[in-house]
Design a binder for this molecule. Structure first.
Ligand SMILES: [Zn+2]
Length: 146
């Protein structure tokens, strides 16, 4: 077996924070999202579910992904889930090719709200955000359940 990067050993921290973050795999938003989590929300460590459409699978109740979510919640003692969607998400455009970007954003916000309710019903803390681009900067606005 060949060992790679033996000069850059990283410590293994054998504990779970109880945080889980779910966001879209769109690479244009990934680094900003990781920075936002750490610098703005103070989330230093978390489990991640990074998948096209991010938390869209929750309101759709996609069974294989819900099963994995439930497994993480149980096995990693998840207490808090942060959901992040982003504007102009290709997943939403693909599934709703005839909707305007305004209507898509409304749908994404509704999906985040439904997801917050789903989490609350399981006794989990939830927080949801929509990432958007303004003057070449990625910003995040919080979406409340209401
Ligand atoms: Zn996306």
């Amino acid at each position: 077996m060949k060992l790679l990067n033996t000069s850059q050993k990283r410590p293994f921290i054998n504990r779970f924070s109880g945080n889980l973050v779910i966001f879209c795999s769109d690479e244009r938003f990934v680094q900003a999202t990781l920075d936002f989590l750490k610098k703005d929300l103070g989330v230093e460590t978390s489990d991640l579910v990074v998948i096209a459409g991010g938390p869209a699978f929750i309101p759709k109740q996609e069974s294989s992904l819900i099963e994995r979510l439930n497994l993480l919640i149980y096995a990693h003692q998840i207490k808090k889930v942060i959901l992040i969607s982003h504007e102009n998400c290709g997943y939403y455009k693909h599934h709703h090719p005839n909707l305007s970007s305004e209507t898509l954003e409304k749908l994404q916000i509704e999906d985040l709200k439904k997801s917050l309710i789903f989490l609350k019903e399981r006794g989990l803390k939830g927080q949801a955000f929509l990432a958007y681009v303004e003057k070449d900067q990625i910003l995040f606005k919080e979406i409340n359940q209401e």
